[in-house]
Each structure stands twice: as C-alpha cells, then as structure tokens.
Design a protein around this ligand. Structure first.
Ligand code: ADP
Ligand code: MG
Length: 444
C-alpha cells in the first residue's frame, strides 16, 4: 500500500469513529509525512492541533495505523504551518483542445458557499485541497444529490487555486465533455492531443462522473489519465450524484481508485443552512427580505438548493408583478396557495418562455435555419434545459429538433461563459429566467 492510499484509508476509518467536527478540526488539514519500518510521522498544521492530537487522539491514531498495516506502529507528529507551494514553471506549449472553461465564475466561489452541517466536511476538504493541491487527498471525491452544491464547490476550488497560482493548468469539465473529447479524438485521430490536454493538467476537476457509466472506452482512457495524474501528484477532484460504489457499469478498477481517495458526501441542507443560503442569495440579488419572510421560504421541504433559489426568485417576481412587498403575510399567502407543489420546470415551459421572449415560433427555435437572431435563443434554451431541467445533452438535442449533442454542449457552455462576461447577455438571461419561474408558478 503506498502512502497516499494508506493515508486515505486512515482518514476513512477515523472519520467513521469520531465526530465530524473533530474530524474536520484535527484531521482534514493533517498530512502523512513518512512511513518508516514501524514509525509513522504526521505533519500537523498548528501547535494547538498538535497538543490536542497528542492528548486525545494519539492512541486511536496508532491503533488505526497498526490495524491497517497489520503490525504495531508508533506515531510521531511534526508541526508545520503550511506555506504556499513553490511556483511551477509555466509550460506554454500547453494547448487545451476546447476553449478555456469559465473557472473564474464569480457566482461559484468558496467565499460565497454557505457552510452548514450538511456540507462542512466537503467544504473543509475543498479548502485543504486549495492549500495543498495534490498532497492532501487525491482524488477528493464529493458526492450528493442534485442541487446540493457539488458544482459550486468544485468550481470554487478551481477559482481559488487559479487566484493563488495563475500558472497552474487547471481543467474543469463535466464528464460528458471528457467523454465527448474522447470520442472526437478517436474520430479525428487526435488521441495525442487529448492526452496532452488532460494528462498534463496540474489540477483536474471532473464534474458528474456518474455519466461515465457504461462508457467503456471513456473509462479506459480516464483510467490511464487518472494513474498518470496521481503519479505526478496532480490534484483531482471528482463529483458524482452517488457514491462510486453505486455507479452502475463502472469498471471495478476505477471504483477502487475513487474509493481509495477521500470520499465525502454533501447532504441536503438543514433549516438553518437553508435560511443562510436564502439570505446570501437575496444579498446577491440586491433584495432585502424580512427575516421572517426568509424563514418562511426556508421552511419548505426543498432539499435541492437550485429549487430553493428558484422558489425565491419565483415568489419575488410574483410579488413584484402584483406590486406587493415581500412581507411574511404576502409570502405566506402564496406559499399556502400551493403548499406541497414542488417546483418542476418542464422542457415545454422553457421553449415557450423563450419563444415568447424573443418573439419566435417553436418552428423557428427548433428548425434548421441558422440565422443570426436564432442563435442566442437556441443557446439559452440549451443552457436552461441543461441547468434547470437537468436533461442530458442528447435529450436536449432531440428536443431542439434533432441537433447534435456536441452542438448542445457548445451552446450551453457558451452561455455559461457569456453570463459572466457579457452584461447584455446577463440581463437577457435573467429576464428569461425570471419569466420562466413566474410562469411556472402554480397559479392558486
Ligand atoms: P449540484 O452540482 O450538486 O447539482 P450546484 O452546485 O449546481 O448543485 O448548486 C445548485 C445551486 O445552488 C447553485 O446556484 C449554487 O450556487 C447553489 N448552492 C448550492 N449549495 C450552496 C451553498 N452551500 N451556498 C450557496 N449556494 C449554494
Ligand atoms: Mg452539478
């Protein structure tokens, strides 16, 4: 067992035996320094943590290592306040295949990620990765249901690393894009380029790895990418909507590699976290809601933060359109008119709002014409169908009149980028989205 693996196993074991708060406080930022015959040395981030580990945890640490290594070992600690890692030389021959992903998305940063009991371990691990990329845990595997903040967190890692070390080659991509690059590389005989792109990354952030299910070629390619990156200590952060053990049609050798890293889950947010998130979202939108109104909104059962946010936008729009202030009474009125209805946006609503907004017919939108005025509406449709309705790119292609899934991916990514760089597009997008939520609001 190599050191990294040993350390991951150790963390998984300890994590199940002590409280999450203590795990976070004393172990997430600790590193395995060396393993000699029967002596293990850990690097501790502060003298304070050292004192606690010595006093309260030394025994359990030694026992755990002894069990894992199947022989008695002693454990020693050294303290090292973490420093920045030395600069790498920039390699300018690095040419990404696809346009650079918008990692620096101001919406998704670690600073505006609201931390609560449901996500604090994952968050602390993200911070540790930013502090010591490639050293703390590799891979870091984050899993949890839809809308609990996985993409936000992984992009936050990318953004923080980029801010700290502009020379790092950071790749963020959704697994469907990796899959797509792989297929394209095969078709165009560009495997060398593909490998150059992914295997030379310093940081690989791969979102939604459950999409690899059943894709044998992609899995094979990723297996080698993974090994190479791990052997160079290039940090990998992977996310999935379920634990790797539960991903069907995923090769065992990949499963065991994922499980061999540090796996942390994000749970649906509890009430207080929902309140804190809603407050943050109001602040972002420049809305000032009374505390009581926020608590009312948070008392819904939404476990999906995207839906929670959607509900907020929807109600604010609704009240605005009727010229009503967001008082608890008004909010209560709308909530109780449809108390248990969860917010589900369907593809039809998306298309109809877009046609309405841009004054197009459904035929214009889904038809073959490539006229300039049709491109933006189509791209926005691709983005919304992917982000808000959670459809696969293949399905979106079908809905939009049989377009290729790669076209859909390009469109979606384009909008994702423009929303952050182009104010006009941002304005249009917000208007479309607001309309979408207000029209889908169940009229009571
Ligand atoms: P996932 O990738 O798990 O499906 P996302 O990361 O896309 O979920 O999150 C959905 C929405 O909820 C995003 O708008 C994101 O900013 C927001 N969100 C999720 N978790 C948090 C959090 N802890 N703090 C602030 N916003 C969050
Ligand atoms: Mg996501």
């Amino acid at each position: 067992m190599d050191n990294l693996r040993l350390w991951h196993k150790f963390l998984q074991t300890i994590k199940s035996e002590i409280s999450p708060d203590n795990f976070k406080a004393y172990f997430l930022k600790t590193l395995l320094k060396s393993v000699e015959e029967d002596k293990i040395t850990l690097t501790i981030p502060s003298a304070f943590i050292l004192a606690t580990l010595n006093r309260d945890y030394k025994k359990i640490i030694e026992e755990t290592f002894s069990k894992l290594l199947d022989k008695p070992v002693i454990v020693e600690f050294t303290v090292k306040e973490f420093e920045e890692t030395p600069e790498n030389q920039a390699e300018d021959f690095f040419q990404p295949l696809a346009p650079k992903q918008p990692i620096l998305n101001p919406k998704y940063t670690l600073e505006n990620f609201v931390v609560g009991p449901s996500n604090n371990l994952a968050y602390a691990a993200a911070e540790a990765v930013v502090q010591n990329p490639g050293i703390s845990y590799n891979p870091l595997f984050i899993y949890g249901g839809t809308g609990v903040g996985k993409t936000h967190l992984i992009l936050g890692i990318g953004s923080a690393l980029l801010a700290k070390r502009a020379d790092l080659k950071i790749i963020y991509c959704s697994s469907d894009q990796f899959m797509n690059d792989y297929v394209e590389a095969i078709q165009n005989r560009k495997m060398a380029d593909l490998r150059k792109k992914y295997r030379r990354a310093d940081i690989l952030l791969l979102d939604d790895i459950q999409f690899f299910s059943g894709r044998e070629g992609t899995q094979e390619e990723f297996f080698h990418t993974f090994n190479e990156l791990q052997s160079k200590n290039s940090q990998m952060v992977l996310t999935s909507d379920r634990s790797p053990r539960d991903i069907e049609k995923l090769e065992d050798r990949l499963k065991s590699r994922f499980v061999g890293g540090l796996m942390l889950d994000i749970q649906p947010p509890d009430f207080d976290t929902r309140v804190a998130i809603l407050k943050a979202k109001c602040l972002e939108r420049g809305e000032d809601l009374p505390e009581e109104s926020i608590r009312l909104l948070a008392s819904g059962l939404e476990s999906n933060i995207r839906e929670l946010e959607g509900r907020l936008i929807q109600i604010l729009q609704m009240l605005k359109s009727k010229n009503l202030p967001p008082t608890p009474q008004n909010i209560q009125f709308y909530l109780s008119s449809q108390p248990h209805q969860t917010l589900r946006i369907n593809p039809k609503q998306v298309l109809s709002v877009i046609c309405d907004y841009f004054d197009l017919t459904a035929k214009d939108l889904t038809g073959p014409r490539r006229q300039k005025g049709l491109v933006l509406p189509r791209h926005i449709a691709m983005y919304l169908l992917s982000e808000e309705v959670d459809l696969t790119v293949e399905r979106i292609g079908q809905i939009l009149g049989g377009r290729d899934h790669t076209t859909v991916m390009h469109g979606r990514d384009k909008i994702r980028q423009l929303i952050n760089t182009d104010q006009e597009i941002q304005r249009i997008f917000i208007e479309v989205k607001n309309r979408l939520f207000s029209t889908t609001y169940p009229q009571g």
